[in-house]
Design a protein around this ligand. Structure first.
Ligand code: HEM
Length: 194
């Protein structure tokens, strides 16, 4: 494992667990309407973030997830143009911070493999009926993740590693704030009791 991956796991594990616990995929409240709101919220965050990453020349075509989100919005009968976009985004000007941002959005595809099964079983939604984003890499998920992890070896100095961690931390924070604002997260009190 690269040293910075160890740092990332230590620094963002709590954020991941907190967010996972508050996302409504496993909750009794999950229904088609809530799923539609979730996909709209994902789009509102990923669309402007991917635009930034592309402007920074950091997002290869095969890692773009917005086309899958657009496909889902269309399948769910939602007009993407009217959707609110997030402006409080992580900074991608610094190469190392950008790597931390990528760690979070690439890592999220692993959870997607769990979630795509959940929405299939609970809502009957598949890749062609609104579930393309959660299975964005399909069978290539593991390969693309391993290829991404290789890039993390580039972060060698303490300063570089700190910037990577800062980028990842800020991505979790921004995404959580955005989802909170979109009203798709379960309440804190509810999570604490669970
Ligand atoms: C209910 C929602 C979620 C579930 C059930 C979930 C589940 C998972 C699972 C099963 C893994 C793979 C762990 C492993 O193979 O060791 C994973 C990894 C990861 N997830 Fe999530 N996840 C969720 C939401 C998210 C979100 C919203 C983000 C960020 C936007 C995220 C970021 C990550 C990252 C960065 C990793 C990689 C961790 C590592 O191996 O270093 N996850 N998640």
């Amino acid at each position: 494992m690269s040293p910075v991956l160890k740092d990332l796991r230590e620094a963002t594990g709590d954020s991941h667990r907190a967010l996972e616990a508050r996302m409504p995929f496993m909750s009794a409240d999950l229904d088609g309407a809530l799923y539609r709101r979730l996909i709209q919220a994902y789009y509102g965050f990923y669309q402007p973030l991917e635009q930034r990453l592309q402007a920074a020349g950091a997002l290869e075509a095969e890692r773009r997830k917005v086309p899958a989100l657009l496909q889902d919005l269309q399948a769910l009968g939602i007009d993407s143009h009217s959707l609110e976009r997030c402006h409080d985004l992580p900074d991608v000007d610094d190469h190392w911070q950008l790597l931390g941002v990528m760690y979070v959005i690439e890592g999220a595809t692993l959870g997607g493999q769990v979630l795509r099964r959940v929405i299939g079983e609970r809502l009957g939604i598949g890749a062609d009926s609104g579930g393309a984003f959660l299975d964005v890499y399909g069978p290539a998920t593991g390969t693309l993740w391993k290829a991404f992890l290789k890039r993390l070896w580039d972060a060698e100095t303490d300063a570089q590693r700190q910037q990577v961690v800062a980028g990842a931390h800020s991505t979790f924070l921004c995404f959580q704030r955005w989802l909170e604002q979109a009203g798709v997260l379960a309440g804190l009190a509810e999570t604490a009791e669970a």
